[in-house]
Design a protein around this ligand. Structure first.
Ligand SMILES: Cc1cc2nc3c(=O)[nH]c(=O)nc-3n(C[C@H](O)[C@H](O)[C@H](O)COP(=O)(O)OP(=O)(O)OC[C@H]3O[C@@H](n4cnc5c(N)ncnc54)[C@H](O)[C@@H]3O)c2cc1C
Length: 231
């Protein structure tokens, strides 16, 4: 919104209002190519920290980095060997962290934070990890913002606080500019993939209705009733 529509053309969603809005968290990512298979590591692992409340505070209130972050690890080659070369594994490591904040300088923090995350991975059962890394891509909140244009690096866009949900989000028929339709996690009805599909459906319907094509959206008849699908 801030880069595509000049501020002077927006009455409701001015830059200042966007700046004041509550944004969701961000994520620190490690995508790792590991030498060897990891049968000891489950397909999905969530590691909570002892100080889970402090971790949440670091994300939502203090906007600093946690000492012992909670994290999620995806080990897809466990169920699909084609997702890594033979005898190797690919890992996706997601650490929820604060969105852009004055307290975190990712240029300085990314290397030490990576070390903390690699240490935490030992706790989920990946031994000798450092010496087994053959490929690596690190992605920080600064990358989400700088390389992909995500405002404040907030990977889930506007936070889902009560005052920012549903109709309190930017509408799909953009209130500030006629003929422009909005879709996606930062708009009505909200963030998260299932909801974003609804956003796409609603925006398409509004667009079709405005162009006199509403009838195209009558649902096609079901081929088979659910009851007839019982074994
Ligand atoms: C690491 C991570 C894990 C996640 N996990 C989950 C999860 O488990 N479950 C869940 O529900 N959600 C998850 N999400 C959130 C979810 O991925 C996003 O909310 C969702 O993808 C947002 O969809 P969108 O269509 O709004 O934006 P995007 O999917 O970001 O699509 C926007 C598109 O616009 C393109 N674009 C940007 N600027 C321009 C331009 N100027 N011109 C042309 N094209 C442009 C971009 O390249 C991009 O393809 C996760 C997000 C991240 C980052």
């Amino acid at each position: 919104m801030r880069s595509l529509v000049p501020d002077r053309l927006r009455n409701r969603w001015r830059d200042a209002r966007i700046e004041r809005s509550k944004m969701s968290c961000s994520t620190f990512m490690l995508y790792l190519g590991i030498d060897g298979e990891l049968p000891e590591l489950a397909h999905h692992t969530i590691l909570l920290s002892q100080g889970y409340r402090q971790h949440l505070d670091s994300i939502e209130r203090k906007h600093v980095l946690p000492d012992a972050p909670a994290l999620y690890v995806h080990n897809p080659s466990r169920i699909d060997p084609t997702l890594a070369p033979a005898g190797m594994s690919s890992l996706y490591v997601l650490v929820p962290v604060t969105h852009r904040s004055a307290q975190v300088d990712w240029a300085a923090e990314s290397a030490p934070f990576r070390e903390i995350v690699l240490d935490r991975l030992a706790a989920v059962g990946v031994p000798n990890l450092r010496s087994r890394i053959r490929a690596e891509q690190m992605f920080t909140p600064a990358d989400w913002e700088g390389r992909l244009g995500l405002y404040k690096g907030a990977t889930f866009s506007l936070a889902h606080s009560l005052d920012q949900m549903l109709s309190f989000r930017p509408h799909n028929r953009f209130e500030d500019l006629e003929g422009v339709y909005l879709v996606g996690g930062g708009t009505h009805p909200g963030s998260g993939l299932p909801v974003i599909y609804q956003s796409a459906k609603i925006a398409s319907r509004l667009l079709a209705a405005d162009f006199g094509r509403g009838e195209a959206w009558t649902a096609p008849p079901r081929r088979r009733a659910w009851s007839s699908m019982a074994p």
